[in-house]
Design a protein. Structure first.
Length: 84
Protein backbone atom coordinates (compact mmCIF):
# COMPACT_ATOMS: atom_id res chain seq x y z
CA UNK A 1 0.00 0.00 0.00
CA UNK A 2 2.78 2.42 0.87
CA UNK A 3 4.28 2.13 -2.60
CA UNK A 4 0.83 2.68 -4.19
CA UNK A 5 1.22 -0.49 -6.25
CA UNK A 6 -2.27 -1.89 -5.76
CA UNK A 7 -2.17 -4.40 -8.60
CA UNK A 8 1.22 -5.74 -7.47
CA UNK A 9 -0.17 -6.11 -3.96
CA UNK A 10 -3.22 -7.91 -5.32
CA UNK A 11 -1.05 -10.35 -7.27
CA UNK A 12 0.96 -11.06 -4.11
CA UNK A 13 -2.28 -11.65 -2.20
CA UNK A 14 -3.39 -14.14 -4.86
CA UNK A 15 -0.07 -15.93 -4.38
CA UNK A 16 -0.67 -16.08 -0.63
CA UNK A 17 -4.15 -17.50 -1.17
CA UNK A 18 -2.78 -20.07 -3.62
CA UNK A 19 -0.11 -21.14 -1.14
CA UNK A 20 -2.59 -21.25 1.73
CA UNK A 21 -4.67 -24.01 0.12
CA UNK A 22 -1.89 -26.65 0.18
CA UNK A 23 -0.89 -25.52 3.66
CA UNK A 24 -4.41 -26.13 4.94
CA UNK A 25 -4.53 -29.52 3.19
CA UNK A 26 -1.20 -30.50 4.75
CA UNK A 27 -2.06 -29.27 8.25
CA UNK A 28 -5.53 -30.78 8.54
CA UNK A 29 -4.50 -34.49 8.72
CA UNK A 30 -1.80 -33.70 11.26
CA UNK A 31 -3.70 -31.20 13.39
CA UNK A 32 -7.23 -30.07 12.57
CA UNK A 33 -6.84 -27.43 15.28
CA UNK A 34 -3.83 -25.93 13.53
CA UNK A 35 -5.75 -25.85 10.25
CA UNK A 36 -8.75 -24.23 11.98
CA UNK A 37 -6.53 -21.58 13.52
CA UNK A 38 -5.62 -20.46 10.01
CA UNK A 39 -9.32 -19.72 9.40
CA UNK A 40 -9.23 -16.08 10.62
CA UNK A 41 -6.09 -15.46 8.55
CA UNK A 42 -7.81 -16.93 5.51
CA UNK A 43 -10.85 -14.69 6.01
CA UNK A 44 -8.68 -11.61 6.52
CA UNK A 45 -6.67 -12.40 3.40
CA UNK A 46 -9.84 -12.78 1.32
CA UNK A 47 -11.26 -9.52 2.69
CA UNK A 48 -8.02 -7.62 2.14
CA UNK A 49 -7.77 -8.96 -1.41
CA UNK A 50 -11.33 -7.89 -2.23
CA UNK A 51 -10.68 -4.46 -0.71
CA UNK A 52 -7.43 -4.07 -2.62
CA UNK A 53 -9.13 -5.07 -5.89
CA UNK A 54 -11.96 -2.59 -5.32
CA UNK A 55 -9.54 0.25 -4.57
CA UNK A 56 -7.60 -0.56 -7.73
CA UNK A 57 -10.84 -0.64 -9.76
CA UNK A 58 -11.94 2.73 -8.43
CA UNK A 59 -8.57 4.30 -9.17
CA UNK A 60 -7.76 2.71 -12.53
CA UNK A 61 -10.76 0.78 -13.75
CA UNK A 62 -13.02 3.72 -14.45
CA UNK A 63 -15.51 2.98 -11.65
CA UNK A 64 -16.54 6.16 -9.87
CA UNK A 65 -17.26 6.38 -6.16
CA UNK A 66 -20.89 6.96 -5.19
CA UNK A 67 -20.24 10.64 -4.36
CA UNK A 68 -18.22 12.92 -6.64
CA UNK A 69 -15.65 14.50 -4.33
CA UNK A 70 -13.44 16.05 -7.01
CA UNK A 71 -14.14 19.57 -5.75
CA UNK A 72 -13.79 18.61 -2.07
CA UNK A 73 -17.48 19.29 -1.38
CA UNK A 74 -18.91 15.88 -2.24
CA UNK A 75 -19.76 14.95 1.34
CA UNK A 76 -21.50 18.27 1.93
CA UNK A 77 -23.42 17.91 -1.34
CA UNK A 78 -24.49 14.38 -0.39
CA UNK A 79 -25.74 15.62 3.01
CA UNK A 80 -27.63 18.50 1.43
CA UNK A 81 -29.28 16.24 -1.13
CA UNK A 82 -30.24 13.73 1.56
CA UNK A 83 -31.91 16.43 3.65
CA UNK A 84 -34.23 17.58 0.80
Amino acid sequence: FGAHKMMAGFVLQLGLIASLVPILKAFYPISPTAAALLGPYTLWLLFASALNWRIWQMNHGGIRPPVDNSDGKGKLRALLLASK
